[in-house]
Structures are given as structure tokens and as C-alpha cells.
Design a protein around this ligand. Structure first.
Ligand SMILES: Cc1cc2nc3c(=O)[nH]c(=O)nc-3n(C[C@H](O)[C@H](O)[C@H](O)COP(=O)(O)O)c2cc1C
Length: 261
């Protein structure tokens, strides 16, 4: 280049060229790695579903183990398995929530999510021999203090007892709201009951410690200290997703079906 090195035009030209080259490199990498990212995300979801049901072991073949699950789409308003050709494994309920076709506005939005999709994918874990349902995994999400928390809740076949809870994506503060990932806190959910004798969601995260001998302790989970707002967010998401506008009608119908088998 004929211009001297200290000419401002040359500096700008070099900077522009450098930016162009870098943006091409970054875009190429993003496009080339897209399928790998999608595969990793899918793998992570499967790993979390295995973990929430207690089946995950480090180093295991996640895809092979995931074969034990039957993924099904649920029509939330109808409370039934959906009659649709959509593939339950590739249907993205979080993306679909924002579309005109599948999005449903939420009134009385206690979970702080604005809208939800008409359908949600649930995962049935069946006994390989008898085919009896052993656990039912539900996707749940709701707003905490800083972020939307995405997770899975697993239920025992009575569809009233919690088998496990696990979050796979959130941005709550590590050590405070981030303690939703703490195995000791997650363990407190196991065995808790959801519905009271009138069929209402009685499950709540409460402030402080739950005295296991106190009345109604079976419906209560310890709040996280210093993270009342995240705890409240988790509590609200359970009330929403297990209630009449979430999986409530579906769980009621499925319970009747499982009891009659
Ligand atoms: C930097 C910072 C990060 C915080 N992160 C969280 C959080 O992730 N979740 C949460 O509930 N509260 C968080 N808090 C605290 C909340 O502002 C609020 O004080 C707390 O939820 C009240 O809970 P407590 O009554 O148990 O103290 C954070 C506070 C600060 C200063």
C-alpha cells in the first residue's frame, strides 16, 4: 500500500479489513458449529431428564439410556395427549410460546412467563418388562429474581409425589438463588406431595426450615436463605405448572388412566 504507515486513512482501512476478516471467521465458526451446538443442547436436555429420574451415571451412553423414555406431546388446555403429527422430541415449546400458531397468553401469570405453548413435551419412564409407568417427567419454567429458570420435575406414578426436581438453565446468583442447583436442596423435594384432599396445589417453597413433624410438612420445601425471591419464583412456577392452567388437567386424566390399568 502506497500510503505511509502513520496516515490515518491507512489505519482506518486496516481496522476495517481486520473487522471484516474477524466477522467472517466468527460467522463461519458459528454456522459450522451450529449442528454441534444443537446436538450438545439435545444431549444436555436428555442428561437432565435422566438425572431427574435418578438414572444418570457419568460416562453413560445418554442416547441409549434415553430410549427408556417415551416422549409425548400434551395439549395443556385439553388435558390430554395431543392429537397432532408434531414430533414431541423436536417440538420446542419455549420457541412455540412466542408464535401466533401455538402461543397462548397467560392470565394471572404467577410464574412470570407471559405466554406458554399450547403443547408441552412430557417424558414417560416405563418399566422395560411390564411397560408400567414408573415416573412422569414434566418441563417447568418460571421467573426467579434475575432470570427464567428452566427445569424438569419428575413425579411418581401416583402423580402426586415428587420423584425429583432439576434445573438445567437459569441465571440466578451463584451461592444465593443459584442454590436451586444444590443437590442437598434438590433432595428436599423428593417425596413431597403436590395436591391436597380437594385437588388444589398445596406444594409451596416456604421461608426458613420446614419441621418435618409439623402439620402439612409434606407439602412444604425449605426456602433458600438469602434468596427468598428465587425461592418464591420456584414456588410460583410449581403452582402454575401443576395447576389448572398448566399440567393439572392432564395429570388428573392420566391418573385415572393409570389407576384403571
Ligand atoms: C448481588 C446480589 C445478588 C442477589 N442474588 C439473589 C438471587 O439470585 N436470588 C434471590 O432470591 N435473591 C438474591 N439477592 C437478594 C435479594 O435482593 C433479596 O434480598 C433476597 O431475595 C431476600 O431474601 P432473604 O429475605 O432470604 O434475605 C441478591 C442480592 C444481591 C445484592
Amino acid at each position: 500500500m502506497a500510503l505511509p504507515n502513520d496516515d490515518p486513512r491507512k489505519t482506518i482501512l486496516i481496522a476495517v479489513l481486520l473487522c471484516l476478516v474477524c466477522s467472517v471467521l466468527v460467522s463461519t465458526a458459528a454456522v459450522a458449529l451450529k449442528s454441534q451446538q444443537t446436538a450438545n443442547k439435545k444431549n444436555d436436555i436428555r442428561q437432565n431428564i435422566l438425572a431427574v429420574t435418578g438414572l444418570y451415571e457419568p460416562g453413560m451412553d445418554v442416547n441409549a439410556a434415553f430410549e427408556q423414555f417415551e416422549a409425548k406431546l400434551v395439549d395443556l388446555s385439553a388435558g390430554e395427549f395431543a392429537e397432532t403429527d408434531l414430533d414431541p422430541l423436536s417440538f420446542d415449546q419455549y420457541k412455540a410460546a412466542g408464535t401466533a400458531e401455538y402461543g397462548v397468553d397467560i392470565e394471572n401469570d404467577i410464574a412470570g412467563i407471559g405466554n406458554r405453548a399450547q403443547y408441552a413435551t412430557v417424558y414417560l419412564l416405563r418399566d422395560p418388562e411390564t411397560q408400567a409407568v414408573q415416573q412422569v417427567v414434566l418441563p417447568v419454567h418460571g421467573y426467579g429474581l434475575w432470570s427464567t429458570m428452566y427445569g424438569f420435575l419428575s413425579l411418581q406414578p401416583d402423580l402426586n409425589t415428587i420423584a425429583g426436581l432439576r434445573f438445567y438453565q437459569h441465571a440466578e446468583t451463584p451461592g444465593l438463588g443459584g442454590e436451586i442447583d444444590n443437590p442437598r436442596w434438590r433432595a428436599k423435594w423428593e417425596g413431597k406431595q403436590i395436591y391436597d384432599e380437594n385437588g388444589n396445589v398445596a406444594l409451596r417453597v416456604v421461608r426458613g426450615f420446614v419441621d418435618e413433624n409439623a402439620q402439612n410438612a409434606e407439602y412444604k420445601v425449605d426456602g433458600l436463605s438469602g434468596a427468598t425471591l428465587t425461592s418464591q419464583g420456584v414456588s410460583n412456577m410449581m403452582v402454575y405448572w401443576l395447576g389448572d392452567n398448566g399440567f393439572g388437567p392432564f395429570l388428573k386424566n392420566l391418573r385415572t388412566e393409570l389407576e384403571s390399568n
